[in-house]
Design a protein around this ligand. Structure first.
Ligand SMILES: Nc1ncnc2c1ncn2[C@@H]1O[C@H](COP(=O)(O)OP(=O)(O)O)[C@@H](O)[C@H]1O
Ligand SMILES: [Mg+2]
Length: 274
């Protein structure tokens, strides 16, 4: 049984950086499959891995004219799809990477899509942790795989607009997917304290604030040198806060206590609700 953690939120909020740092951290505890579910496919860069071929490419080849099919004679469709999905994985000792690529087109590729989902879920089940870096929309969470999400992290900037969008996403997810376990808000790129109006909005939207990640100069420094985010120093704010949130989720045990930007007492109380 794997634990599936999905990271979602608006574009540019920090989904990829949180996914990459969390995925890498979880390798201390077990095997990890990182799934890049954003068509712009940049999780590999944050992880410092090679770019994988995408599941979208497999779908295309399956639905293209039969002349282009490379399925060996005698190999069943399901075995072939499972084999093809495995072939796309970029592997490292305890962390593998899969990329979804282009989403399903409007045409009916139902059989292929179903077989792809089954294959992906089967492969994902063999890892201890699955971390999904989602696109800004929620489509992938509902469509790309059939797997249940144990923990959903909604990443937002510390603005009313961002928190409102996260609140809507939470509502939407509860409607379209009953199999989402816990949903938490992660505020990223916070400078100083959380503005009181934003705290109020978090409470009003019924969001559980799990972590507050400060704006991190070492991120900019790595970005400017084109280095992967997994090279962030262990004591950088992003690394520290991702360790803290993983600890609070019961995923890892901290070797040292971590100080955080502390939200007001009322907010903490709100966040304690399941
Ligand atoms: N805590 C932070 N401090 C400084 N820069 C950050 C922080 N979090 C994210 N960034 C930067 O913001 C940009 C968007 O982050 P990214 O993780 O790619 O967002 P998303 O995947 O949600 O689009 C990147 O350039 C990233 O380096
Ligand atoms: Mg991203």
């Amino acid at each position: 049984m794997s634990t599936t953690i999905a990271v979602a939120g608006k574009g540019g909020t920090g989904k990829t950086i949180v996914s990459a740092v969390l995925a890498k951290l979880l390798t201390r505890k077990g095997t990890v499959l990182a799934i890049d579910a954003d068509p712009s496919m940049n999780l590999y860069m944050a992880l410092g891995m090679d770019m994988p071929d995408s599941i979208g490419d497999i779908r295309e080849s399956l639905t293209a004219t039969s002349q282009t099919s490379t399925r060996p004679a005698g190999m069943g469709l399901h075995d072939y799809i499972s084999f093809s999905v495995r072939q796309t994985l970029v592997e490292s000792p305890s962390l593998d990477l899969m990329a979804m690529g282009r989403p399903e087109g409007p045409g009916c590729y139902c059989a292929a899509n179903h077989a792809l989902r089954v294959a992906i879920d089967h492969i994902a089940d063999s890892y201890d942790y699955v971390v999904i870096d989602n696109e800004a929309g929620m489509e992938h969470i509902s469509r790309q795989t059939t797997r249940d999400v144990d923990i959903l992290l909604l990443v937002s900037d510390p603005t009313i607009r961002g928190v409102t969008a996260a609140g809507r996403a939470q509502e939407l997810l509860r409607e379209i997917r009953t199999q989402v376990g816990q949903i938490y808000l992660v505020l990223n790129r916070v400078q100083g304290a959380i503005p009181p109006a934003v705290e109020k909005e978090i409470l009003a939207r019924g969001l559980s604030l799990l972590a507050v990640i400060p704006s991190d100069d070492s991120v900019r420094e790595l970005d400017s040198r084109g280095r992967p985010m997994v090279e962030l120093p262990p004591d950088s704010p992003v690394q520290r806060m991702v360790r803290k949130l993983a600890h609070e989720l019961g995923l890892v045990t901290l070797d040292e206590p971590i100080e955080a930007v502390s939200p007001s007492a009322s907010l903490r109380k709100g966040a304690e609700k399941p």
